[in-house]
Design a protein around this ligand. Structure first.
Ligand code: DQA
Length: 145
């Protein structure tokens, strides 16, 4: 099974940015956690992060052409603004799970809308790095059925 894990702006700043919200672990720690889990579960994973909306759209499109089976996405701030990312997810039409490290539901009003979430079959929020593992486990189970 081949999975794309795609992360939006400022997630490369984990461990530096707003530690009271996102914790002290770094983006490298997140990548290691995902790589270790995927290796154990036999998942072929591509982990991608960009601060640029178009680069995220390009990478979602690439997932279609390289026969990726599923997507885990944390669009970060673009969650709440990007119709382009929503449309890209709809275009590739792959099973997708939206992940947020923080509990966006209990944060500012402007974080209450998720465009990307409209193209995802599940949303996991407020579970930190573990949210990515839950998303991968969910997609793997679905793939095996
Ligand atoms: C986030 C939540 C977003 O609202 C925010 O813009 C982020 C991170 C999260 O993982 O909790 O950058 O997606």
């Amino acid at each position: 099974m081949k999975v794309l894990v795609i992360n939006g702006p400022n997630l490369n700043m984990l461990g530096i940015r707003e530690k009271h919200i996102y914790g002290t672990e770094t983006y490298a720690d997140l990548k290691n956690l995902i790589h270790d889990y995927c290796q154990k579960e036999g998942i072929d994973v591509d982990i991608f992060q960009s601060n640029h909306e178009g680069a995220l759209v390009d990478h979602i499109q690439t997932a279609y052409f390289n026969e990726t089976d599923a997507i885990v996405i944390n669009p970060a701030a673009y969650t709440h603004t990007s119709v382009a990312i929503l449309d890209a997810l709809k275009a590739v039409n792959l099973p997708a799970v939206e992940v947020h490290l923080s509990d966006v539901g209990s944060r500012e009003d402007f974080r209450q809308i998720s465009y990307a979430g409209m193209a995802c079959e599940k949303t996991i929020t407020g579970k930190g790095f573990q949210g990515y593992i839950e998303a991968l486990a969910y997609l793997k189970e679905k793939y095996q059925k």
